[in-house]
Design a protein around this ligand. Structure first.
Ligand SMILES: Nc1ncnc2c1ncn2[C@@H]1O[C@H](COP(=O)(O)OP(=O)(O)OP(=O)(O)O)[C@@H](O)[C@H]1O
Ligand SMILES: [Mg+2]
Length: 253
């Protein structure tokens, strides 16, 4: 088995949906047969544990970085999604990490046996150098100017370091005041990878402390997330792919 593929879920602006997308994208990938480790790397404001009701822990991702515990001892299983999660322990302290810490943590995650490690992060980047630790980054934005222009700053950093990136537009309502996907692509200079619609299932699931994907799979948001997972793993067009891709798959496997 190869090393796990590390995906950084990121945004330059806060509150655009990183945590919600990290949790539900991980759940959707798991559901289509991938093995996934979901990691909270927002060390100052860890919220995966809060969103999933898994915050009551002795040690989490920060304690792994500090060498006080091992990943295998700090992970917990989310019963509803079946996901293995490395949450963050809530603390009142501001956490500062250096590039070496981030890199060593990424290498530690790479030593696990998962297909994918989905890493939720704080807004912005710790340092430009630290982004090299990941295999790929998703940039989250909402369809408005402030969020999109911030996202472009992040895109530039990933480009500079040759980190593969995908832009995900969240909370789309198709309102006249929103930027259209075409406008966002013009600003980005590239295609948008996925569009996730605004859906009340998201705040409802956060308040219930259950992943939306484990609550209502046929909701708008979860359908979009599933599509995102299928597209990501090259299975778009249905769980087993469309007719043509099924036939082609027999020859290329
Ligand atoms: N598609 C959506 N539809 C409706 N509400 C959403 C959607 N995506 C996110 N939200 C809401 O937006 C809020 C922020 O989401 P989330 O915590 O995932 O953002 P974040 O980028 O992780 O924030 P932070 O930068 O503070 O870590 C949550 O209350 C969530 O319910
Ligand atoms: Mg968050």
């Amino acid at each position: 088995m190869g090393k796990p593929y590390l995906i950084r879920i990121s945004s330059q602006k806060g509150g655009v949906g990183k945590t919600v997308v990290a949790v539900n994208f991980a759940a959707a990938l798991e559901q289509i047969g991938k093995s996934v480790l979901l990691v909270d790397a927002d060390f100052t404001n860890p919220s995966i544990g809060i969103d999933l009701g898994l915050e009551d822990i002795e040690a989490g991702s920060l304690e792994v970085i500090r060498g006080r515990t091992k990943i295998s001892e700090a992970v917990v299983k989310d019963r509803r999604t079946g996901l293995i999660v490395l949450p963050g322990r809530l603390s009142a302290r501001q956490v500062s990490l250096n590039d070496r810490d981030v890199h060593a943590f990424a290498e530690n995650l790479r030593s696990t046996n998962f297909d994918f490690v989905i890493i939720d992060t704080a807004p912005g980047i710790i340092s430009e150098e630290a982004v090299r630790s990941y295999d790929e980054a998703f940039i989250l934005t909402t369809p408005d100017f402030p969020s999109c222009t911030s996202a472009m700053r992040l895109a530039k950093v990933y480009r500079k370091f040759g980190i593969r990136q995908r832009l995900v537009v969240n909370r789309v309502q198709n309102m006249s005041y929103e930027l259209t996907i075409r406008e966002i692509e013009e600003i980005y200079g590239n295609k948008v990878f996925c569009v996730l619609r605004e859906d009340s299932i998201v705040p409802i699931s956060v308040s219930e402390r259950i992943a939306a994907y484990a609550m209502k799979k046929n909701s708008r948001f979860c359908k979009d997330i599933r599509q995102m997972a299928l597209r990501f793993s090259g299975k778009e067009g249905g769980a087993e792919g469309g007719f043509i891709s099924r036939i082609m798959g027999r020859f290329t496997r």
